[in-house]
Design a binder for this molecule. Structure first.
Ligand SMILES: N[C@@H](CCC(=O)N[C@@H](CS)C(=O)NCC(=O)O)C(=O)O
Length: 212
């Protein structure tokens, strides 16, 4: 039995793992670490971060590593090396854009320094936000022939791109214009189709994520 561990909130790093396993009806145990207990628990994890996966008593870390494992188990990865390169780039893109916005989130949540957070968020919006979505759109255009999924076969790349777009459109990120996707018609079309893809939207995990 696969066990996944993450904090007591929804975030793409854990959600893409849960969505993948659930899509293939692979059962998993889900362990939640309450945020306020983290300082004393951090040392118990291999890289002092979450998510982690536990398998046969061994712990494994890092979102991309776990995503690859869960997606392979769920037939949401690929056997074709060129398609794998596309999927991996989407997961790396998700990590990159997260790392770019993270300092502004941390300044508010951890340091409670709202002035610093506002300044960092403005810098992110000015210098990185739209450029990084334009990179994703270009990857989609170049890799998808049918204009539906990144590799023309539903994969963890689609789950990851959908989850990050959902995050940026959700209104949870201060100062982010939630209508930004209009500037990326191909990504907007991709996102709309994902939101209507019944095999995906019927998942319990999808409903949990979108009901928040
Ligand atoms: N390299 C890790 C990064 C994971 C990460 O940044 N996790 C954050 C939560 S989203 C975390 O554990 N933060 C708590 C900490 O670093 O103490 C991955 O790819 O999963």
């Amino acid at each position: 039995m696969i066990k996944l561990t993450y904090f007591d909130f929804n975030f793409w790093r854990i959600d893409i793992l849960r969505l993948s396993l659930s899509f293939a009806k692979i059962p998993y145990e889900y362990e939640v670490v309450v945020r306020k207990e983290w300082p004393k628990k951090k040392k118990n994890f291999p890289f002092g971060q979450l998510p982690i996966m536990t398998l046969d008593g061994n712990q494994f870390s890092h979102t991309h590593t776990l995503a690859k494992f869960c997606a392979t188990k769920s037939s949401l990865y690929d056997n074709d090396n060129l398609k794998i390169l596309v999927i991996d780039q989407v997961i790396d893109w998700a990590n990159e854009i997260t790392n770019l916005i993270a300092p502004s989130i941390r300044a508010a949540l951890r340091e409670k320094n709202f002035k610093k957070s506002k300044k960092l968020r403005e810098e992110f919006i000015q210098k990185e936000f739209l450029i990084w979505f334009s990179y994703l759109e270009r990857l989609f255009i170049n890799s998808s022939k049918e204009g539906r999924f990144f590799t023309d076969k539903f994969s963890i790349a689609d789950i990851t791109a959908w989850r990050i777009i959902y995050w940026f459109r959700s209104g949870i990120l201060e100062k982010i214009d939630i209508t930004f996707l209009k500037q990326f018609p191909n990504l907007e079309m991709f996102y709309d189709k994902m939101c209507k893809f019944k095999d995906f939207t019927k998942l319990k995990e999808y409903k949990i994520i979108t009901s928040n």
